[in-house]
Ligand binder design. Structure first.
Ligand code: ARG
Ligand code: ZN
Length: 875
């Protein structure tokens, strides 16, 4: 049954202190807990109900008196102790079997029974699978944790907080105690036990605290943790400098695992990472991996304030910590790497994943008003759209005002659980503004359409820009209201130089950019002293998460593409041109030659101009993926979308063959294993040129052969291999075998090898994917394997997934049911690939619906999968 935001009640019982004693063993772990509970006197009639799932309950006590079986009630989800009043210490003893826990929530085993290690994942509701407790984020307790285990098998014992003693026990066992001085909700609890190696460093905070930094990983991976350590130190310094946030314990641990359903987890003082986002070295990681490690290490570290010191009152407020932390992560990468590139990537993700989610049956507000399975709300909407809201507030308040607001938020709510209202109030109070209108962004689902149209009046030398917004109805929300939409604007002359902006009725300034705030359905802004018709550069930096419809001609877009001082809008203009070409190809089978020529001139300029960042040029060359191109279409025929997209790609590549080839050779061979930003940018452009050349002319596949043979880093090797796979080049199978052999035993690289094959844009890729599920390196129980092979196939290979015969759908449905009995969260996530089923042409729509109904009709569906499938069919 769903839980509703409007039903929120403050907890009737709180826990001041939790003492845990855990005897670790993969087959049978004993957990003894003492909870110092305290009743809210205003709710004296409410019984103490503890959350408890998948536990073997051995004993319950009150103030050290063991209870008889008639003194408590245990169900599959709860442990109720009637008749309790005021303060007591509730004790429990339970047994759990981590080695059988394939759901990967609670305490589980990573790796093999004899050599693997034990670890936890508690967010969102995993703590209740470890011990009975009040498992909700607004109950914050101080934890003292004692771990005991066999010393030879589990030499390393870790829990949150500072170490507080360790010693030997009989029978080859040992113990270690940890005290976390900061009260925390149960979802931030963590422990790790095993035989891991570590690297160590030190960081002195701006407040003078010496912090031990330790990264733990298995023997074969510990050599790949150096980059993550550097990233951690950069993140710690950056958060001090940009936001005044210092670390607050004497030690910070990070642990890497290959068995993790998500990216990483911000447990207090003991972050746990999917190895995919922690390990990086030139032979085993791509340039993208290096950037992802930087971003995710930053993200989890930043949670120490935005999430841990100030946490969420309830799970409806999830975006309070996730949206804010994604924004902080984005700014971190923007400051340390490239602002423009990170923005382009974020917007691509927003368009592909979030706009699609918001337009389908799984649409929900950034702050949902109901849920039946919270783990299904770790979505693009909560994370990415949530970050966009924070970014808009940053744009409106300015850097200083935003910092003031965030300082006040952390100061007011330190050590407690907050709401979205609290966040807006702090940002507003610090700036003497009422920001309550922004709540609508959190409450309203759907992507707003923003129309921008300009009119130049030569006689009165003015330019009027009219902005109009409208949010289409979404499932469950028929009526929409106007939102505050910040639109960053510049006006360019014909050579792309920005004009001074002078808004009618305001004093003149020297500013070249201006943020217009649209607060109603429509508004017109008049700029004066504009002699000639300008090129309007609107939504600079993508200042609001809207679908922009702009009345702008190709010539004006070309001015932006070549000269706009806003790097994002340069790319945005090329993307808009490419989308117009795609629309023409889809409608009439051919892009318009004049438009094509305009776009070719833009890309040609970017390719030849040494002042253009090669990475930006690469992004300009990279067409939006098919899913993003199909945004807004009805009755989608994925094969037609694929053909139209391929046609535009080919036409561009043929027209640009000469500069592509010249640039490819010019960029060849110089960067080796260097992973600095400049080297990465050159590789990115070079590999974009290679892919384009091979589309234009199959003879260029020889370039890919040479590159594959000579590559001295994984980025170049994989890029070449992907081109060869997509070209179905002669001898590609032995090459794939050779690659697998070279990296045998390296799970993360083999995952990329799975993905390269799963994303071959050809219906025959399905057969390959099916065969690969039997490969020795593929395990259905490993989420990374599943996402790399099956997830890549469904999300990044629309042509094969949407095969007209429905075989792709059948394959996915079978995979989902199989995985559901192992790792429900992963099954539920895979099932979202059916989310857009209603948008497809009737035959595919019926085929997808058939598979969804087939899954829904099965017995024993997990709540996770049942929730996704149910909403997908209903919406
Ligand atoms: N809080 C984690 C993050 O940094 C995500 C954990 C989500 N886990 C889950 N089982 N839903 O984004
Ligand atoms: Zn997060």
């Amino acid at each position: 049954p769903p839980v509703f935001l409007r039903d929120y009640c403050a907890p009737a019982w709180r826990i001041r202190e939790i003492e845990l004693e855990i005897d670790l063993d993969p087959a049978a772990t004993l957990v003894v807990s003492r909870l110092a509970v305290e009743q809210d006197p205003a709710q004296a009639d409410v019984e103490l109900v503890l959350d408890a799932e998948h536990l073997e309950l051995l004993e319950v006590s009150i103030d050290a008196r063991v209870l008889g079986a008639d003194e408590y009630r245990a169900s599959a989800q709860t442990l109720t102790i009637p008749g309790l009043r005021g303060r007591s210490v509730v004790g429990t003893r339970v047994r759990i079997a981590p080695e059988k826990n394939t759901a990967l929530q609670g305490l589980y085993l990573s790796g093999s029974r004899d050599a693997g290690f034990l670890l936890t994942q508690c967010e969102a509701e995993g703590f209740r699978r470890i011990t009975p407790s009040i498992d909700r984020p607004d109950v914050l307790a101080r934890y003292t944790v004692t771990l005991r285990a066999d010393r030879a098998r589990f030499p390393l014992l870790l829990a949150n907080g500072n170490a507080d003693g360790a010693g030997e026990l009989d029978g080859g066992r040992h113990w270690a105690r940890f005290v976390d001085p900061y009260p925390k909700p149960s979802y931030l609890f963590a422990l790790v036990a095993g035989n891991l190696e570590h690297i160590e460093d030190e960081f002195v905070t701006a407040e003078g605290r010496r912090v031990r930094l330790v990264i733990h990983a298995e023997t074969d991976a510990i050599g790949h943790c150096g980059w993550a350590m550097q990233c951690l130190k950069m993140a710690m310094r950056w958060d001090e400098q940009r936001f005044g946030r210092c670390y607050d314990l004497d030690v910070f641990h990070i642990v890497a695992t290959h068995d993790f359903t998500m990216g990483a987890m911000e447990n207090k003082g003991l972050n746990i990472f999917n190895a995919k986002y922690l390990l990086a070295d030139p032979e085993h990681a791509t340039d993208d991996d290096y950037r992802h490690v930087l971003a995710v290490v930053g993200h989890e570290y930043f949670h120490n304030w935005s999430g841990n010191r100030v946490t969420c009152r309830d799970w409806f407020q999830l975006s309070l910590k996730e949206g804010l932390t994604v924004y902080r992560e984005q700014e971190f990468e923007a400051d340390l790497a490239s602002r423009t590139l990170r923005r382009i990537e974020d917007v691509r993700v927003l368009w592909r994943a979030q706009f699609a989610e918001d337009a389908g049956p799984l649409a929900h507000p950034v702050r949902p008003d109901r849920y039946s399975e919270i783990n299904n709300f770790y979505t693009a909407t909560v994370y990415e759209k949530g970050a966009e809201i924070v970014r808009m507030l940053g744009v409106v308040l300015g850097a200083k005002g935003f910092r003031r607001g965030l300082d006040l938020y952390f100061e007011r709510h330190d050590g407690s659980a907050a709401t979205v209202e609290d966040f807006l109030a702090a940002l507003g109070d610090a700036n003497a503004l009422d920001l309550s209108a922004w709540l609508a962004w959190y409450a309203q689902s759907g992507t707003p359409d923003l129309r921008a149209s300009g009119r130049h009046d030569a006689q009165r030398r003015c330019y009027e820009l009219t902005l109009t917004q409208r949010t289409p109805r979404t499932s469950g929300q028929p009526r929409k209201q106007a939102l505050p939409v910040p639109v960053a604007v510049a006006l360019l002359d014909a050579d792309g130089r920005p004009l001074r902006l002078h808004l009618d009725g305001e004093p003149a300034t020297a500013a070249h950019e201006r943020v217009l705030l649209l607060t109603s359905d429509s508004a017109t802004f008049r700029f004066i002293d504009v002699a000639r018709p300008p090129v309007a550069s609107v939504l600079r930096g993508y200042s609001a998460p809207v679908r922009l419809e702009q009345a702008i001609d190709a010539a004006a877009l070309a001015v932006q593409a070549r000269h706009d001082s806003d790097g994002f809008n340069r790319w945005f203009a090329t993307d808009t041109l490419a989308r117009r070409l795609f629309a023409q190809a889809l409608a009439s089978g051919e892009p318009d030659p004049a438009l094509l020529a305009t776009h070719v001139r833009c890309l040609d300029g970017a390719l030849r101009d040494p002042a253009v960042d090669p990475a930006l040029a690469a992004e300009m060359l990279t067409l939006a993926d098919a899913g993003s191109l199909a945004d807004g279409l009805a009755d989608i025929d994925p094969e037609a979308v694929h053909q139209a997209r391929a046609q535009v790609e080919r036409a561009l590549a043929i027209a640009l063959a000469e500069p592509l080839l010249a640039r490819y050779h010019e960029l060849s061979g110089s960067d080796g294993t260097a992973v600095d930003l400049a080297a990465q940018a050159r590789r990115r452009l070079r590999n974009a040129c290679l892919a384009a050349l091979c589309r234009a002319d199959p003879r260029h596949v020889d370039l890919a052969r040479t590159q594959r043979a000579q590559a001295c880093n994984l980025t170049d090797r994989l890029a070449a291999l992907s081109v060869l796979v997509n070209a179905r080049a002669d001898g590609v199978d032995p090459m794939l075998d050779a690659f697998a052999q070279r990296y045998a035993g390296d799970a993360l690289v083999l995952d990329k090898w799975f993905s390269v094959q799963a994303t071959e844009a050809d219906p025959r890729a399905l057969a390959r994917v099916e065969a690969l599920t039997a490969h020795a390196a593929f395990r259905w129980t490993n989420p990374n394997n599943v996402y790399a092979l099956i997830g890549a196939f469904t999300l990044r290979n629309p042509r094969a997934f949407h095969r007209a015969d429905g075989a792709g759908y059948r394959f996915l449905a079978q995979a989902i049911t199989r995985i559901d009995s192992v790792t429900p969260q992963v099954a539920a996530r895979l099932a979202t690939s059916f989310g857009a089923w209603r948008k497809y042409e009737p035959v595919r729509r019926a085929l997808m619906r058939h598979e969804l109904e087939g899954i829904a009709a099965r017995n024993g569906l997990s709540p996770d999968l049942g929730d996704i499938v149910g909403r997908t069919l209903a919406g």
